[in-house]
Design a protein around this ligand. Structure first.
Ligand code: HEM
Length: 390
C-alpha cells in the first residue's frame, strides 16, 4: 500500500474504505492491500448469496473440519448449547452487574462481563482449574481481538500457545472419560459431540478458541458499542431511563452503525467477469457490512445513530452484522439475545454516563471501540418509574 494511503487508512480506516468505494468506477474495486471489495450493495449481496461464491467449506473454520456438513453440525451444536443456557446467563447477569464498579473501563468491562456470565457454559466449573485461569486471562490479555500494537500481539500469541497446550491436555482427558449426557455439559463437550470422531485434539482446541472468541469477544464488543453509542447520542435525563429507546433497537442500531465484523471474504472459484472487473481463481472478494450499512441509497441518514429507524421495517436497507447467505453466523439469534440481555441488565434502574468516548473505532481484524469510561449511578426507583426495557 502506498505510504499516503497507509497514513489515511491508519487515521480513519472506515472513512478510507468509504472513500475508495465512493471513487470506484466499477461495482467491484481493488483494495490497496490486495484482493477486491464489492462496493455496490447488489454485487455484495450476490457475493454472499450466490452458490458459485459459497460452495464448499466456510472460511470461518479454515481447514479445521473436513466437510461442510461437519461445519454446520458444530455451529448448530454450539448454538443449541447457548440457547439452552440463556436463562442461566440472564441470572448470572442479574448477579454480576450490581457488582460492577461505579465507573468502569470499557470495552474491557463488556468482554469481562460476558465472560463471567458464560464461564461455566464455556468450561464446566469442575474442569481443569489451570485451563479456567488461562481462559480468564485470555479475555483480559488481548486474545479476543488483534491488537494494533506488535508487543501486545506477541504477548497474546504466547498466551494463545499456552492456552492451546492446556486445552489439548484437557481434551485428551475428556475423550478418555467420554461425554456424560447427564453430567455438566459445556462448550468443549458440544464441540466434541458435534465434530467427526477423527478430528485431532489440536483441531478441537483450535475450534474451541475460535468459538470462545465468537461468544465472549463478538458479544462483549457488541455490548460495548451499544452502551457507547447510546450514551454518546442521548444524555440521561429521566431517572432509571438511560435511553428513550427499547434495548433491542439500540443493540441493532449499534451493530448497523459500527458492525464489529467489518469485512467478510469469499474466494473466487474460477476466472470470471464480475462487477465490471476480471477476477482470477483464488482471489478474495470482500464484502463490508460497514459499507452496506452506510449506503445512502438504502438507508436514510446512514451516518446518524438513530435507533428510531428500527420502529419502521420500511426504513431499513440490507442489514448484515452477522453476514448473509449460506455461511451466515450460526449464532446470530443467540448473540443478539445475549447482547440485548446484557445491555438491559446494565441499564436496569441505572443512570449511565459515557465519559471520554467517541465513535472513531480501532480497526484491526474487527472494529472495536476505543477506551472509554461508563459511569453507572443506581437510582432508587419505584416500579411505577421503571420503564419497559425490552
Ligand atoms: C455479536 C456477536 C457476533 C457477531 C457480530 C458475529 C458475526 C459473524 C460473522 C460476520 C460471521 C462470518 C460469516 C461469513 O463468513 O459470511 C460469523 C460466522 C460464524 N459465527 Fe458468529 N458472530 C457473533 C456471535 C457468534 C456466537 C455467539 C456464536 C456461537 C454459536 C457464533 C458462531 C459462528 C459460527 C459457527 C460461524 C461460522 C458459520 C458457518 O460458516 O457455517 N457467532 N459470525
Amino acid at each position: 500500500m502506498a505510504r499516503g494511503d497507509l497514513r489515511r487508512f491508519h487515521r480513519d480506516p472506515l472513512g478510507f474504505l468509504e472513500d475508495l468505494s465512493r471513487r470506484r468506477s466499477t461495482d467491484v474495486f481493488p483494495l490497496p492491500w490486495g484482493g477486491w471489495c464489492a462496493g455496490d450493495t447488489d454485487a455484495a449481496l450476490t457475493v454472499l448469496r450466490a452458490p458459485e461464491f459459497n460452495a464448499g467449506l466456510s472460511t470461518f473454520y479454515g481447514s479445521l473440519l473436513p466437510s461442510r456438513a461437519a461445519q454446520i453440525e458444530v455451529g448448530h451444536g454450539v448454538r443449541n448449547l447457548i440457547r439452552a443456557r440463556l436463562p442461566e446467563y440472564r441470572d448470572n447477569l442479574a448477579e454480576a452487574v450490581p457488582r460492577l464498579p461505579a465507573a468502569g473501563r470499557w470495552p474491557e468491562t463488556g468482554t469481562a462481563l460476558v465472560y463471567e456470565c458464560t464461564a461455566d457454559l464455556l468450561l464446566h466449573p469442575a474442569a481443569a482449574p489451570e485451563l479456567r485461569r488461562l481462559l480468564a486471562r485470555s479475555v483480559r490479555a488481548g486474545l479476543l481481538i488483534r491488537s494494533p500494537l506488535i508487543r501486545e500481539r506477541a504477548r497474546a500469541e504466547i498466551l494463545r500457545v499456552r492456552l492451546l497446550a492446556a486445552l489439548i491436555r484437557h481434551i485428551g482427558q475428556r475423550r478418555n472419560e467420554g461425554v456424560d449426557p447427564s453430567g455438566p455439559y459445556d462448550l468443549l463437550d458440544a464441540i466434541l459431540d458435534a465434530c467427526p470422531p477423527e478430528t485431532t485434539d489440536d483441531a478441537v482446541a483450535e475450534l474451541y478458541v475460535l468459538l470462545f472468541r465468537s461468544i465472549v469477544g463478538n458479544v462483549g464488543y457488541a455490548v460495548a458499542w451499544t452502551v457507547l453509542l447510546a450514551g454518546l447520542h442521548h444524555a440521561p435525563s429521566t431517572p432509571g431511563a438511560p435511553w428513550p429507546w427499547p434495548t433491542d433497537w439500540i443493540v441493532r442500531e449499534a451493530a448497523r452503525h459500527r458492525p464489529f465484523v467489518w469485512m467478510v471474504g469469499r474466494p473466487v472459484p474460477h476466472p470470471m467477469q464480475f462487477g465490471g472487473v476480471a477476477l482470477r481463481p483464488g482471489e478474495i472478494v470482500s464484502v463490508s457490512p460497514y459499507l452496506l450499512h452506510h449506503d445512502e441509497r438504502h438507508w436514510r441518514r446512514p451516518d446518524a445513530f438513530d435507533p428510531e429507524r428500527w420502529a419502521d421495517p420500511g426504513a431499513r436497507g440490507p442489514y448484515l452484522p452477522f453476514s448473509a447467505g449460506p455461511f451466515i453466523c450460526a449464532g446470530a439469534a443467540v448473540a443478539q439475545t445475549m447482547a440485548t440481555d446484557a445491555v438491559a441488565a446494565l441499564a436496569a434502574d441505572t443512570r449511565l454516563t459515557v465519559l471520554g468516548g467517541h465513535t472513531r473505532p480501532m480497526v484491526t481484524n474487527a472494529v472495536a471501540p476505543r477506551p472509554f469510561t461508563l459511569s453507572r449511578t443506581t437510582e432508587l426507583l419505584t416500579r411505577s418509574h421503571a420503564p419497559e426495557r425490552r
